[in-house]
Design a protein around this ligand. Structure first.
Ligand code: FES
Length: 164
């Protein structure tokens, strides 16, 4: 991969060990995942082992080692959400997207993940889309949510095709 973008991120954050997480955050935001070559480059730049870089990259759920879709959908399966019907919400999300947790749709539009608790138990079941919390989710709310993303995408594509 082209490493000049990664190098810019390293230069922006500095090469002290403590810059590791800010660098990984910036790479994740820029590329939607942490490419292997990027992690090797970061390890060399910060003069730390690749194992340490991977340890950090796999510790935080925010990071992904495989490319994510344009939209990240996280379904909370923590106890409070579970007793309020999170399993039904998850299975409807899987059915709608035709993928399992950890997978990305073929059109690269959605990645589905499960999480354990998002600290908003009273509002469960919780679904987070691109960092935005949706409380008291139901099967029909999931349908609506996914349809709204698909609609946004169609509008975006129409706008792009009109420009060309
Ligand atoms: S269990 Fe889902 S937010 Fe706490």
């Amino acid at each position: 991969m082209e490493l000049s973008g990664i190098q810019k991120i390293v230069e922006k954050n500095g090469t002290h060990r403590s810059a590791l997480i800010p660098i990984l955050l910036d790479i994740q935001d820029e590329y939607n995942f942490l490419p292997r070559d990027a992690l090797t480059h970061v390890a060399q730049s910060l003069d730390i082992s690749l194992v340490d870089v991977y340890r950090a990259a796999t510790f935080y759920k925010y990071f992904s080692l495989v490319p994510r879709g344009e939209h990240l959908i996280q379904v909370c399966l923590g106890t409070a959400c579970h007793v309020r019907g999170a399993a039904r919400v998850l299975s409807e999300t899987q059915r709608k997207l035709n993928i399992h947790p950890g997978e990305t749709t073929e059109d690269k539009l959605f990645t589905l993940e499960t999480v354990n608790c998002l600290g908003a138990c009273a509002l469960g079941p919780i679904v987070v889309t691109d960092g935005e919390y949706h409380g008291q989710m139901t099967v029909s709310k999931v349908d609506k949510l996914i349809r709204s993303f698909e609609k946004q995408e169609r509008v975006k594509k129409d706008e792009q095709s009109q420009k060309h």
